[in-house]
Design a protein around this ligand. Structure first.
Ligand code: SF4
Length: 367
């Protein structure tokens, strides 16, 4: 894996910067401001995406802010230029979902992913602008999805890994009815400056326990565990070198104003005296394909690629991780060419170690 690919596998779109919630650990800097994406931005992205979608599966992920806060009418206008060739996904806090939104998801073929951190007591930091718990409103939205028979994914933030939590969460999400689950250990990112340094044994134990819970009833596609098992299987088969893509997926995030930030959506909306606003161009003035072809020349991206090479030569987990995320390096280390971060310790190194710990504790040696 060297450099950045010219063609992404998906595009992240920010229909509005606004979010109707104010979660304590949120990284978004402009979530109190309703800056909406003009339709011209969607038209420019759709023009770029058309040939990519013609040659295989291509996704557009609507992310925020809270994308549903843009309203159905505006979101429909942003979806229209893409036509039927792409798959649409939305990452939502679910609090605005009702019957009308469910009909909208069906009409536009949108796959929904809900942000919820587990049972009520685990959602204390998901709050409204007035500081009130959002949990009941989240569940009302999930109930609407279920009523309409819409499959959905879930994304949970874990702030304090502790014994018993992984089992509690997995059982909760089985009951909730999601078919895919991703777990994010809280990250120090954006305007969330809380430390994400965690006790190593607690995090490793959390992942090991999660594998155990999943193995007892593996009805949910558990994102992190499936990544790890795919890697472990490839190592055993001697094919691990083929797992990482030949080039990094650029994952362009198109901001509400058409600016494009590659590799890490979390950098959008920030600026730095050294790196500027992190953008590689704007789709209103430059075709997206041209922006991506030149993204490697964006100063911070070059520095990040140096960091990826440092990871390759120094880290035994590189084959699994591929060099981590740009935003975690920036927000934890202040630059892009470092290697280990608390994020990669929590979510890559200890994840893999947790899976191995589970295997060691539960597999008897061959006779
Ligand atoms: S685990 Fe950390 S140090 Fe290792 S390759 Fe990933 S980002 Fe780099």
């Amino acid at each position: 894996m060297r450099g950045i690919a010219a063609v992404p596998s998906y595009v992240v779109m920010q229909p509005t910067t606004l979010c109707n919630l104010d979660c304590v650990y949120c990284y978004l800097p402009l979530r109190a401001v309703d800056q909406r994406m003009p339709v011209a931005v969607a038209e420019a992205v759709a023009t770029a995406v058309r040939p990519w979608a013609a040659s295989g599966r291509f996704s557009v992920v609507w992310h925020g802010g809270e994308p549903l806060a843009a309203g159905r009418e505006h979101l429909a206008a942003l979806l229209a230029p893409f036509g039927p060739a792409v798959e649409h996904h939305v990452q939502t806090n679910a609090t605005l979902i009702d019957d009308a939104w469910c009909a909208f998801f069906v009409e536009h073929g949108i796959r929904v992913s809900v942000s919820v951190d587990g049972p009520r007591a685990r959602n204390g930091e998901r709050v409204t602008r007035g500081g009130r718990p959002a949990y009941d409103r989240i569940l009302t939205g999930v109930a609407a999805l279920r009523r309409h028979g819409l499959p959905f994914s879930a994304l949970a933030v874990v702030s304090r890994p502790e014994p018993g939590l992984a089992t509690e969460l997995y059982d909760y999400f089985l009951d909730l009815g999601c078919d895919v689950l991703g777990i994010n250990i809280e990250e120090t990112e954006g305007v969330n400056t809380r430390t994400n340094a965690r006790d190593a044994a607690s995090v490793t134990g959390f992942w090991a326990e999660l594998v155990g819970a999943w193995r007892r009833d593996p009805r949910i596609h558990l994102r992190e565990v499936e990544w790890s098992l795919r890697y472990a299987g490839a190592v055993l088969a001697g094919t691990a070198d083929d797992l990482l893509p030949r080039r990094l997926d650029p994952i362009p995030t198109v901001g509400h104003d058409g600016s494009v930030v590659v590799l890490s959506p979390e950098l959008a909306g920030f600026s730095d005296p050294r790196y500027g606003d992190f953008s590689s161009g704007n789709v209103l003035t430059t075709p997206l394909a041209e922006i991506l072809a030149g993204a490697g020349r964006t100063p911070w991206v070059g520095e990040f690629l140096t960091g990826v090479e440092a990871c390759r030569s120094s880290c035994p987990y590189f084959g699994f991780c591929g060099g981590g995320h740009a935003a975690n390096r920036y927000f934890e280390l202040g630059r892009f060419d470092g290697t280990e971060t608390e994020h990669c310790r929590n979510s890559k190194i200890r994840l893999l170690e947790g899976v191995l710990e589970h295997a060691r504790d539960h597999e008897s040696p061959a006779a």
